[in-house]
Design a protein around this ligand. Structure first.
Ligand SMILES: *[C@@H]1O[C@H](CO)[C@@H](O)[C@H](O)[C@H]1NC(C)=O
Ligand SMILES: *[C@@H]1O[C@H](CO)[C@@H](O)[C@H](O)[C@H]1NC(C)=O
Ligand SMILES: *[C@@H]1O[C@H](CO)[C@@H](O)[C@H](O)[C@H]1NC(C)=O
Ligand SMILES: *[C@@H]1O[C@H](CO)[C@@H](O)[C@H](O)[C@H]1NC(C)=O
Ligand SMILES: *[C@@H]1O[C@H](CO)[C@@H](O)[C@H](O)[C@H]1NC(C)=O
Ligand SMILES: [Cu+2]
Length: 228
């Protein structure tokens, strides 16, 4: 999918109030963690997962059923990044990223579906709200995750293959200077389908907590805009 200048300008206008919260997934030394593992975000903000090493995923559960797709327990489709083996893209000086938009202020619970990473504590929360329910803390979620017998990956959720290569390290800087339209070239096919999956995720209504909005091109634009 090609992004026209007009489309990019429209996008710039549409996202002008958004904040991007960067979350590192894994690390080059094999850490099984999201960092940070607690994020406070407003509706409309973006979560950008940057896969730093290993072969991890980001999947959405609810509080009561960690390490299990939220779709198996509620009517929410949830998000799933798919597995992101970092080594291949890292060799080319890039890392995969996966970006979603926060569509609700209610707590969102995420886990990595690889092996027993969820049980090992590779989980996180967005908008933890212990004031609403003191049981639903990140600490309790981790404890509950630890005792799950299975770690279940979503089948293909909305935006399941949204992640693509992006430049590593200095995130937005390089993207903006190299021109996001150019850099998005080879990945735009993937991002196109991700974007359309995203639209349907959002369109399914209030039960859908998160919409996907990912692509290297889009990321470049969003990031560049935020630098201004
Ligand atoms: C591994 O990487 C993480 C994240 O970069 C860092 O916080 C941690 O200290 C590192 N651990 C070791 C043993 O190097
Ligand atoms: C990444 O993990 C998934 C799920 O375990 C696996 O199917 C895939 O082969 C792995 N990819 C690499 C390159 O190791
Ligand atoms: C899912 O949606 C159906 C149909 O609207 C409803 O009957 C059911 O109670 C919902 N389930 C949950 C867990 O919300
Ligand atoms: C990164 O992009 C290159 C070129 O389009 C592609 O060959 C490679 O498979 C991609 N890597 C990942 C992890 O998506
Ligand atoms: C608080 O959360 C726990 C764990 O999900 C749940 O069992 C309990 O019913 C909740 N309490 C209220 C008042 O909703
Ligand atoms: Cu993992």
């Amino acid at each position: 999918m090609q992004f026209t200048t007009a489309a990019l300008l429209t996008l710039l206008g549409a996202v002008s109030a958004q904040k991007v919260h960067v979350v590192s997934v894994g690390s080059t030394n094999g850490t099984l963690a999201f960092s940070p593992d607690s994020v406070t975000a407003d509706v409309g903000d973006m979560l950008q997962f940057q896969f730093r090493g290993g072969n991890h995923s980001v999947a959405q559960s609810n509080f009561d059923n960690p390490c299990s797709p939220i779709a198996d327990h509620t009517n929410t489709t949830g998000i799933f990044s798919g597995y992101q083996p970092v080594a291949a893209s890292q060799a080319m000086g890039m890392i995969p990223t996966y970006t979603v938009m926060v569509a609700a202020k209610t707590p969102l619970w995420f886990y990595c579906s690889q092996a027993k990473h969820c049980q090992a504590g590779m989980v996180m929360v967005v908008n933890e709200n212990t004031a609403a329910n003191s049981s639903r803390s990140l600490a309790n979620f981790k404890a509950l995750a630890k005792v799950q017998t299975a770690n279940v990956a979503p089948s293909t959720a909305a935006g399941g293959s949204a992640s693509t290569n992006t430049t590593s390290g200095s995130t937005s800087g390089t993207d903006s200077s190299s021109g996001s339209t150019t850099s998005s070239g080879s990945d735009s096919t993937t991002s196109g389908s991700a974007a359309s999956a995203a639209s349907s995720a959002v369109a399914t209504g209030a039960a859908t907590t998160i919409g996907v909005s990912s692509s290297m091109g889009l990321l470049g634009v969003v990031a560049a805009m935020l630098m201004l």
